[in-house]
Design a protein around this ligand. Structure first.
Ligand code: MN
Length: 278
């Protein structure tokens, strides 16, 4: 298209915190992002830090909306610990839903059975496998999984045989990367240091698996910058406002949408925070 007179429009990267099923707030925030981008002559790209699902009223709507955006090139998302729990529970207790979707499964991700066999935590040491799976399932249900299943039309969330989840949504969630990079920005769900970031690309599957877990669950701020050339943006830990930590090159943008507080975005190119109430 060179010489056709088409001008390249710069991109405004807007990194949105944990949405947790708050579709209405996400749409209102995206309107704010679009207006802000237009004022700067930029094209918005909405980047989700993950935890699209659980807690809020319309997880299925959020997944559909973001999946459509990813397909259209207007959105990007990385995987959060809630997507990971959702997939693991469905695989363990509603395997027919997974097989209907072609058995999607993220790379370097242990199943509950594999975790149980390793006997690493108290729950797997003390409980028989069935109880261990029940324990993991219940802990997801009480952390907002029940509202996710309700949004997909489960008849009884306590009875996995009545669950339903769109197969394309399971494939979309299993396909989410745990890290996403562009010029000036690197996004993961949780906090991780440079060692874990490097470990994500390790030759050793066990090392990659451990690094993925940190990328989705980590809460310890790294001592040094994870990436010298990029700001590292994450969510996962709800804060009262978007927090910039310039000394370590980190921005944290989960402002508690899942707990009925606010949904916020940090815009990379303008260092601007946009935020809407739930
Ligand atoms: Mn999280």
């Amino acid at each position: 298209m060179l010489g056709s007179g088409v001008r390249t429009v710069g991109v405004l990267h807007a990194v949105v915190g944990d949405v947790h099923g708050q579709l209405d707030a996400l749409r209102r925030l995206e309107d704010r992002v679009a207006a802000h981008a237009a004022r700067h002559g930029l094209q918005p790209l909405v980047i989700s830090v993950g935890d699209l699902v659980d807690r809020g009223p319309d997880s299925s709507g959020v997944v559909r909306h973001v999946a459509r955006g990813v397909a259209a090139g207007t959105h990007v998302a990385v995987m959060g610990n809630h997507e990971s729990m959702f997939l693991a529970v469905v695989r363990a207790v509603a395997p027919d839903l997974m097989s209907d979707a072609g058995d999607p499964w993220p790379p370097d991700t242990p199943t509950f059975e594999e975790l149980w066999e390793r006997k690493l935590g108290n729950a797997s040491r003390w409980l028989p496998l069935d109880d261990y799976v029940r324990f993991q399932t219940l802990s997801w249900l009480v952390q907002g999984g029940a509202t996710t299943l309700a949004s997909y039309g489960a008849i009884d969330v306590a009875d996995p045989s009545t669950w339903r989840v769109d197969p394309e949504d399971l494939r979309f969630l299993a396909d989410l990367p745990v890290i996403w990079r562009a010029e000036g920005v690197v996004v993961t769900h949780a906090l991780l240091g440079k060692e874990a970031m490097v470990a994500l690309g390790s030759e050793d599957a066990a090392v990659r698996e451990r690094a993925r877990e940190v990328a989705m669950w980590g809460r310890t701020p790294p001592k040094n910058r994870m990436d010298d050339d990029r700001v590292h943006v994450s969510g996962h830990t709800p804060l009262s406002a978007v927090r910039r930590r310039p000394q370590i090159g980190v921005v944290q943008c989960d402002t508690g949408a899942g707990f009925g507080r606010r949904l916020s975005a940090w815009c990379v190119e303008t260092d601007r925070v946009l935020s809407v109430g739930i």
